[in-house]
Design a protein around this ligand. Structure first.
Ligand code: SAH
Length: 672
């Protein structure tokens, strides 16, 4: 079956109707899934295996048959571990059909088809009884239903149901228990992801400060989890205000209540400061005694944590609704509220038992100021970047004249405000304060002279930034919008940025390569069926596509010098013909060529640029420093060339990169 799906093209802005295969969503989901990352997580796998062996032993020692329920079996891995450990029978539940199909094949291939029954259902639909999916209730419950926030993938309601209907009382559970830890910190860097700091404008008549409206200042923000690779956050970027404390634990072997609740702990600050952020992570004990422990603790808590890299489980950053001054030694109450799927925090002065019970409000934070809906966390960080603002400030000063008529095309941009403070008299802003800035609610191609009060635009500006952009070059939408408004521009219009360039570099990733690398054999089980399925989905459409990743979180080493590969001149309209380039880039360091990274640089004026990608190569080893607010495009090579010595490497990688001006898409091909 084919379906037509409508979507706005992020680069050209035009509405497209694409004929999609029925399986299109599946392929997308499989191609970008985290299954490979999980199966490469050796620490996780070995600890599950140990925990499962121990649970099967405990049941057998009681003289019982070991009947396993594995909820969310994926490839069938944990069920195969259980069967190998001597379990008598496993019910492997998987809701995602393509994965359940793969599990059937994998179980068969590894010779466990008589011990494992794969059931393609959501666990809450599973029936028990002589004619049911399961003959009887299980006495071992194995799951891996956790996300970085622990409960975000619905582990609690799933466990609640399983204990009521699918497992015996007193069952063994692997993992046995999860514990959530918190630490209070002050961090200007992380706080800048949730609040708008005052913007300093250097005008000719002195410095002016744009302050954030109080609605934004006092807004608690949005409830969505902020999960990051905290191990990439240098210790100089935050100040620890409390010890690490246990917020709450969940015992998975006992009945579970998923209904909203709260937990409260008392903290004694180890330092005075501004409490802004709660950092949080969890660990799981695979057995009741807690000897088999798998932890997400960051490097300053557990020094070896950086070696256990994983992307499917990271750490959480929670923003307190407001920053609170705390004093060393003066106790405070930290409350964690949760519903079935998410958590949020609040901090109060420590009070008596009764008093504190009286006032527990468990509504999750909702953005009242709109800004948190318009700007995501990296975008807040970008707008708060004073160095970046300075570049726009300087370049606007160069191009603005007192009689300029300006139009800004960018989503949720502060440029109009900046320009206003710099003295621009007439300002229009398309798409998205005062009398001096007129907001036009029209798409660029629908702009009419009356929107502009019959004036011609003499300065067209953009950051450019659009919320619909996923890949760096999607912001070329600015170029299309500029083309659409061409008839409203004066003949000597100034366009800022005047041009953009696409840059490329070959890299070796420290860890990120794992997410797209085949697993082959995992803990002795052949999971190549899953590798093939992922490869098939990648080939379905994505094969020649790059994917966005915030590389400040994913260390890599440059193997080639960065190279400018394409330029886009915004002073001209978008050309009819395609823009393409071919060339080769020399490998200058030994290492594994995992892929190419691509990013955009915007040339605001002839001598002022903002870079959304590589900031610098920090040392002779080739370690890279990336723009912390932007995602870069990563194109993974299908085969990795590895070499110990430079002379064994191909000396160059050849590339062909094409920008199709009709579709706005950039396609690429590399040969090693
Ligand atoms: N157990 C595998 C895969 C874990 S990923 C492993 O450890 O490698 C979690 C899987 O659980 C996903 O495939 C997801 O589709 C599935 N899932 C999540 N909740 C489920 C539920 N309630 N019932 C059935 N499957 C579920």
């Amino acid at each position: 079956m084919k379906t037509f799906c409508g979507r706005a093209n992020p680069t050209t802005g035009s509405m497209e109707w694409l004929e999609e295969d029925e399986d299109y969503d599946y392929h997308q989901e499989i191609a970008r899934s985290r299954y490979a990352d999980m199966l490469h997580d050796k620490d996780r796998n070995t600890k599950y295996y140990q925990g499962i062996r121990a649970a099967v032993c405990r049941v057998k020692e009681r003289g019982e048959k070991a009947i396993v329920l594995d909820i969310g079996t994926g490839t069938g891995l944990l069920s195969m571990m259980a069967a190998s450990a001597g379990a008598d029978f496993c019910y492997a539940i998987e809701v995602f059909k393509p994965m359940a199909n793969a599990a059937v094949k994998i179980v068969e291939k590894n010779g466990f088809h008589d011990k494992i029954k794969v059931i393609n259902k959501h666990s809450t639909e599973v029936t028990v009884g002589p004619d049911g999916d399961m003959q009887c209730r299980a006495n071992i419950l194995v799951t891996e239903l956790f996300d970085t926030e622990l409960i975000g993938e619905g582990a609690l309601p799933t466990y609640e149901h399983a204990h009521k209907y699918l497992v015996q009382e007193g069952c063994e559970a692997v993992p046995h228990r999860a514990t959530v830890y918190v630490q209070l910190v002050e961090s200007k860097r992380m706080w800048s992801w949730n609040k708008l700091f005052p913007v300093h404008v250097e005008a000719e008549d002195g410095e002016k400060i744009i302050v954030c409206p109080s609605e934004v200042e006092n807004c608690p923000g949005v409830p969505s989890v902020c999960d990051i690779q905290l191990n990439q956050m240098p210790s100089t970027d935050f100040t620890i205000l409390s010890d690490v404390v246990t917020m709450f634990s969940v015992d998975f072997s006992k009945p579970i209540r998923s209904a909203s609740t709260y937990y409260r702990v008392q903290l004694e600050p180890v330092k005075s400061g501004k409490a802004q952020i709660v950092l949080s992570w969890w660990d799981i004990d695979m057995d009741p005694s807690g000897t088999i422990n798998c932890t997400m603790a960051p490097y300053w808590v557990k020094s070896t944590s950086a070696f256990q890299w994983r992307d499917h489980w990271m750490q959480c950053v929670y923003f307190l609704p407001n920053e609170e001054p705390v004093l060393q030694g003066e106790k405070v109450d930290l409350t964690a509220c949760r519903d079935e799927y998410s958590l949020w925090y609040k901090l109060q002065k420590a009070r008596g038992e009764e008093e504190s019970k009286a006032d527990v409000r468990v509504e999750s934070p909702v953005c009242r100021c709109q800004a948190h809906l318009l700007w995501n966390r990296p975008r807040f960080g970008e707008l708060n970047d004073q160095n970046r603002t300075r570049q726009y400030n300087k370049s606007l000063m160069k191009v603005l004249k007192t009689d300029s008529v300006c139009l800004c095309i960018s989503d949720g941009s502060l440029l109009p405000v900046l320009a206003h403070y710099l003295g621009a008299k007439q300002f229009f802003r398309a798409n998205n304060l005062e009398d001096k800035i007129k907001i036009i609610e029209a798409r660029p191609e629908l702009l009419t002279p009356s929107h502009l009060e019959d004036k011609k635009i003499s300065v067209l500006v953009g950051e450019p930034f659009f919320t619909t952009s996923l890949l760096p070059w999607h912001n070329l939408y600015f170029w299309y919008a500029r083309t659409a408004v061409a008839s409203h521009l004066t003949s000597d219009v100034t366009i800022l940025p005047q041009s953009a360039s696409l840059h490329m570099m070959i890299v070796e990733f420290q860890d990120l390569w794992r997410i797209r690398s085949p697993c082959g054999i995992c803990e002795g089980f052949d999971v190549r069926t899953m590798d093939d399925m992922i490869q098939n989905s990648l080939n379905f459409r994505e094969s020649k596509e790059a994917e966005p990743h915030p590389l400040w979180e994913y260390p890599c080493k440059s193997l080639s010098d960065p190279q400018e590969v394409l330029t886009f001149d915004f002073r001209e309209t978008v050309p009819q013909h395609c823009v393409s380039t071919k060339g080769s880039v020399n490998l200058v360091r030994k290492g594994k060529s995992h892929g190419a990274v691509l990013w955009m640089e915007y040339h605001l004026t002839a001598d002022i640029s903002v870079n959304t990608g590589l900031l610098q190569i920090s040392n002779e080893k080739g370690n890279c420093e990336w723009n912390p607010h932007c995602k870069q495009a990563v194109y993974f090579f299908s085969s990795v060339i590895e070499s110990e010595v430079l002379s064994d490497l191909p000396s160059a990688v050849t590339y062909a990169i094409k920008f199709d001006t009709k579709t706005g898409e950039i396609t690429m091909d590399f040969k090693l």
